[in-house]
Each structure stands twice: as C-alpha cells, then as structure tokens.
Write a protein that binds this ligand. Structure first.
Ligand code: ADP
Ligand code: ZN
Length: 432
C-alpha cells in the first residue's frame, strides 16, 4: 500500500480525522470564500455549528451551476498568487468550469493517484503510458504526476495518434496504460490489426476511468490486452482522477476519504440514504485549499460499502458508476442509462463492443435506434440469420431495460472510435 496508515485506518480513527479536517475546511471556506460565507449565513449557521463529521448534513450543497455562476475564479479561497495550476472540466455537459490548485492541493491529488497505482501493483520499476488527454482536462496531468510521484517512468503520450501509441507502447515496454476504457478498446483493436503479436508487449495493467464502464467491458479489455483492468475515478471539481481507485480484489472502487468525504443522498429529497443503497454521490474536500468544495453534488449514481475489503483496506468502496443523472435518457417513459445498453451488447458474443444510440421523436412517439457492429465471423448473406441476430439483441435489451430498440447492424469500423470520453448517444429530441 502507498499509505497504509490512511488506507487501513480504523473506522473510528477515520471519523475522528474527518471531523478535525471538516472543522478546518469549513472555517477556511467561511472566512475566505464569500460564496460559502453567504451560503452558510443564508442557512443561519457558522463554523461553530460544525463540530464533527456528523454535522456535515447541516452544510449547504454545492452544484455545478454554482461553479458556472462564479466563472472563472469566484470560488477560489486563497489569493490567486497561491494558485499554481488551473484545470477546466472537459465540458461533457455544458460550459466548462474552472478549478484552481495550490501546491498542497497538487500534493494531495498526487497522493490519491499514487495510492491507486500502488493498489494496481504498479511500482517504481514500471513505466506507464499516459494516454489520457493532456491539457486543461485533468486526466493526463493527473495520472502523469501520480506516476512520477511513485518513482515510475511516465510515457506522456496524451491521447490521439493511435498508431504511434502502439508503436511506442511496444518499443518502450510500457507495463501500464492509463486512458479511458473506450480509448483502451480502440488501442486494443489497433494492436490486433497491426499484426504485432500481443506477446511482444509488456502491458500488464490498465488504469481506466473518466467515463462509466461496465464489468463486461472490463472482461473484454482484459482478454483483448492480456492485462488486469482497474477503475480509477475522479472529477475536476474535487481534483481529477485519483479520488479513488480499485485494489487487486476488483470489488469496488476505494475512495480516499481522509481527503474527499463521500455521502450518498437521494437526488430528489437530498436526504442521506443508507449504506449500500444507490443514490447521488456527494463530496466534501477535507483538505483542499485553493477551491474547497462543501457537499458537491457530482450527479454520479452509485452506492457505498463500508465493510473492510479483502485487501485489508478500510477505505470505503463505491460501486461502478451507473451514469450521471443527466445521462439518463427517458425513452417512451422508460429510464435508460447508456451503461445498461453497454452491459447487454458486451454480453453477446456476436457483437463488437461498439455501439451508438440515436433517439428521436416521430409522430409524438420516441424512436430508439441502436447501431452495433457484428463480429466478422458472424456475418452472413442470409437475411434470416441477420434478422435473428437483431431479434436476439432487441429481446435481450427489452428484458433488461424494459424497452425494445430498433437495431441497425453496421459495417465493421463504421461506428466512430473514441480517443477520450466516448460519445454513445445522439438525442435528436433536444433539437425539437
Ligand atoms: P466533465 O464533467 O466535463 O466530463 P470531468 O473530466 O471532471 O469533466 O469528469 C468527471 C466525471 O467523469 C465524473 O463525475 C463521472 O461522471 C465521470 N467519471 C470519471 N471517472 C469515472 C469512472 N471511473 N467511472 C465512471 N465514471 C467516471
Ligand atoms: Zn480493496
């Protein structure tokens, strides 16, 4: 373990530490952020009302719109001279938001990534190819700093230039690959097509995140690349990748809760939900200086588990993210997450793990089309066989998500491959 004291701290000790740190961060926010002072005054609370971590429920929530309203620097709680780095969210959903980090904030972030890498079995003897985008997006630089921090060798590829990616991965003997799971899939496909035998690669570990992915996608990537594929989770508002990561047990993503305190709330009532129950993930940064976040609503849907993990870590574990509440599609009244569709497509051996969903409205009824690629061995000139395959996937989706899509079988490679966060949905109803 990178930090055994923190990762294996008893629950009682952890609550104590979190209480102390919460008191400090609330004082910091109240005295140095006009935004939080106003919010707390509106709720008629002062830092004195926050004595232990249990008092967190008294604090106001923060939402993405608050960051937009205070664009660019309105939420900084230190003078700009203390800010050593700026990042912005990739803007998957709307206008970008900006986050500033002090030197200490960067140290905490690196610490988080270092814990993840160590949990994956990466050491200072290994080289890691970082194929997350570098720049304002937190993925590239976040992973980069973590690898350097544990003393490993960074191969700072950034995303894109896929042919060169596999050439250097091969020539430099990269042991690990850090990128989005969808880009890892594209790289795997490119390796297979290159004709370079997989045995000539040293790759053993994948650090995949920045977008939802399923257990079936993990299997697919592990088989295609002969690696162990691990989850890494994070978001710009909190720091970036490394808020948490999986361990060797691959049984939930450990969150580094001595720095980032997680809660699960009901997204409608905003009341806390029981451990193990699904809801919206909310974070409070316990040690952040530059731009502390109190009860930040991520919109990510998941559940938390507090039992000690088989790896020995006590750090709370999070289920795979089902998706963001704003990724949820309502099609003919049925709630559908892209990750549910992914799970079904990847379970069927006849189909490639690439898909694209198009939703529209015709004559006041929603239409739901899913484009998929068939694996070459399953191609057939017989109309009946192709119809049977379409029926198979549509039936399966009906039973899992409760709605029957129309299926379109696409030519190999015709669905766009992603180099960063994959785009799986086009909802034309938004244009109506
Ligand atoms: P943007 O909001 O523009 O996508 P970020 O890069 O900060 O900006 O994205 C963070 C979001 O990405 C998270 O809130 C979550 O929805 C998603 N995400 C990050 N890591 C994972 C992961 N391991 N599994 C599922 N979703 C993830
Ligand atoms: Zn574990």
């Amino acid at each position: 373990m990178w930090n055994e004291t923190a990762e294996k701290m008893s629950r009682v000790e952890m609550r104590k530490l979190q209480s102390t740190r919460l008191r400090n961060v609330v004082k910091h926010a109240y005295h140095n952020s006009p935004f939080y002072r106003r919010k707390m005054q509106e709720m008629d609370i002062t830092p004195d009302d926050i004595q232990s971590i249990d008092d967190i429920v008294k604090l106001p929530f923060t939402v993405k719109q608050d960051l937009r309203d205070n664009y660019p620097f309105g939420l900084m709680a230190v003078p700009m001279s203390e800010i050593v780095r700026l990042h912005a969210s990739s803007g998957t959903t709307g206008k970008p938001i900006v986050v500033g980090y002090t030197r200490k904030d960067l140290a905490v972030w690196k610490e988080g990534v270092s814990r993840c890498l160590t949990a994956y079995g990466v050491t200072k003897d290994d080289s890691i190819q970082v194929s997350y985008g570098y720049g304002l997006f937190t993925g590239g630089l976040g992973a980069h700093d973590g690898v350097e921090n544990i003393g490993g060798t960074v191969i700072p590829m950034s995303s894109g230039n896929t042919q060169k990616q596999i050439q250097l991965m091969h020539d430099f003997g990269a042991k690990g690959l850090a990128c989005t799971p969808s880009y890892a899939l594209f790289l795997a496909e490119t390796i297979h097509e290159s004709g370079i035998p997989l045995e000539e690669f040293q790759l053993r570990v994948g650090a995949f995140g920045a977008e939802p992915w399923t257990e079936n996608m993990r299997k697919e990537l592990e088989e295609k690349l002969h690696i162990k594929a691990y989850d890494i989770y994070g978001l710009t508002e909190i720091c970036g990748p490394g808020v948490g990561g999986e361990c060797e047990c691959q049984d939930g993503t450990h969150l580094w809760e001595d720095h980032f305190f997680p809660e699960i709330v009901d997204p409608v009532t905003l009341q806390p939900v029981e451990p193990g129950k699904q809801g919206e993930l909310v974070f409070t940064t316990l040690t952040k200086e530059g731009m502390p976040m109190l009860r930040y609503r991520t919109r990510d849907l998941t559940a938390l588990h507090y039992e000690t993990c088989a790896c020995g870590r006590t750090a709370v574990r999070m289920d795979r993210i089902l998706g963001r509440s704003d990724d949820m599609l309502i099609i003919r009244g049925v709630n559908v997450f892209p990750s549910q569709v992914e799970a079904v497509i990847l379970e069927l051996p006849e189909f490639e793990p690439h898909y694209f969903m198009i939703i529209d409205r015709v004559n006041n009824t929603d239409t739901f089309l899913i484009q998929v690629e068939l694996r070459p061995d399953y191609y057939s000139d017989e109309m009946n066989r192709m119809l049977a395959l379409k029926k198979k996937i549509a039936d399966r989706l009906l039973s899992v998500i409760g709605i029957r899509p129309e299926i379109k079988i696409m030519e190999p490679h015709s669905i766009e491959r992603s180099q960063g966060k994959a785009k799986h949905v086009q909802d034309n109803r938004k244009l109506l």
